[in-house]
Design a protein around this ligand. Structure first.
Ligand SMILES: [Zn+2]
Length: 295
């Protein structure tokens, strides 16, 4: 992730030099959209739109838009369509106590509430919450993602997903982190080892696999195609962060190339099914097509 919260799990990692370049040369891509919601859900809350705050947030999020080549990254607005997919996901994975307690904040800043969630998050042992959870909340409080978000992220210490992008693959990846953590026996340890170099590659892979699993299980073909285009280069940003410099850019570009190639292949496969050139699989979950590798 962009250096906003060192103890949170995110989909995008950006070197600081790119941030400097952004500030040096780009104009803001600010946009603000009217408030709409998908209806009440006990686990989801939505921040009130604010043209100034969201405009600044869009500016700070521009580098993420460039890296993942999508203007909806860090848009500081989450549409009812994306919200409805989060609802569907949460309702489909309702057998894990920690996931049932996960809060999803859509472009919302509620530090006092999240400090409370840190105190009461009994799913993670208290020493982890005391040390790393406190650190994460200090960062979240001082550098609110509503303004400075370098990316969407999951905070395992407060068990809260923070979303700023209007993209269902990104949203499903972040709640995928919550799911992945929820079914671990030692949740605090699992969250803690994220700070060890290269370990995030495992966590990020698990979250993206969960996102792909959901869009395939629900036969959400548009979201599946978008997932290749977004989650592959996002994973490339993690790999590239351990290489640095030109290696970072190369890894992201490679993610775009491979992701778009996979998206094209999958789209052609679906088009052949729709045209009758290929038989429709009896069950998407056990599709005859060999499983594509997922980040
Ligand atoms: Zn992630």
């Amino acid at each position: 992730m962009l250096a906003v919260n060192p103890m949170a799990h995110s989909r995008l990692r950006l070197p600081s030099i790119l941030l400097v370049l952004l500030f040096a040369g780009t104009v803001g891509c600010a946009t603000t959209v009217p408030y709409t919601g998908a209806g009440p859900h006990p686990q989801i809350e939505r921040g009130k739109p604010n043209r100034v705050v969201d405009g600044i947030g869009n500016f700070f999020g521009c580098i993420g838009k460039l890296v993942l080549w999508n203007h909806k990254i860090n848009e500081h607005y989450v549409s009812p369509e994306v919200e409805s997919k989060i609802v569907a996901y949460l309702d489909s994975r309702n057998d894990l106590p920690m996931l049932e307690e996960t809060k999803v904040r859509l472009n919302q800043y509620r530090p006092l509430k999240d400090w409370g969630r840190l105190v009461h998050n009994k799913q993670v042992k208290w020493p982890y919450r005391l040390v790393f959870g406190t650190l994460s909340m200090v960062v979240e409080t001082i550098l609110p993602g509503r303004l400075f978000a370098g990316s969407d992220y999951f905070n395992p210490w407060t068990n809260t997903v923070h979303l700023y992008s209007d993209l269902s693959p990104v949203a499903l990846h972040e709640v995928g982190h919550a799911y992945d953590t929820s079914h671990r026996k030692h949740k605090g340890t699992y969250a803690f080892i994220y700070i060890i170099p290269f370990v995030p590659l495992h966590h990020e892979l698990m979250a993206s696999k969960e996102a792909f699993r959901f869009v395939r299980d629900t036969r959400d073909r548009d979201a599946e195609i978008s997932s290749y285009k977004l989650l592959y280069p996002a994973y490339g940003s993690y790999v590239g962060s351990y290489i640095g410099g030109g290696g970072y850019i190369a890894a992201v570009v490679l993610g775009h190339v491979v992701g778009r190639s996979e998206a094209k292949e999958r789209l052609e496969y679906y088009q052949k099914i729709e045209s009758g050139a290929l038989p429709a699989p009896a069950d998407q979950k056990s599709s005859a097509k060999p499983a594509l590798s997922t980040p």
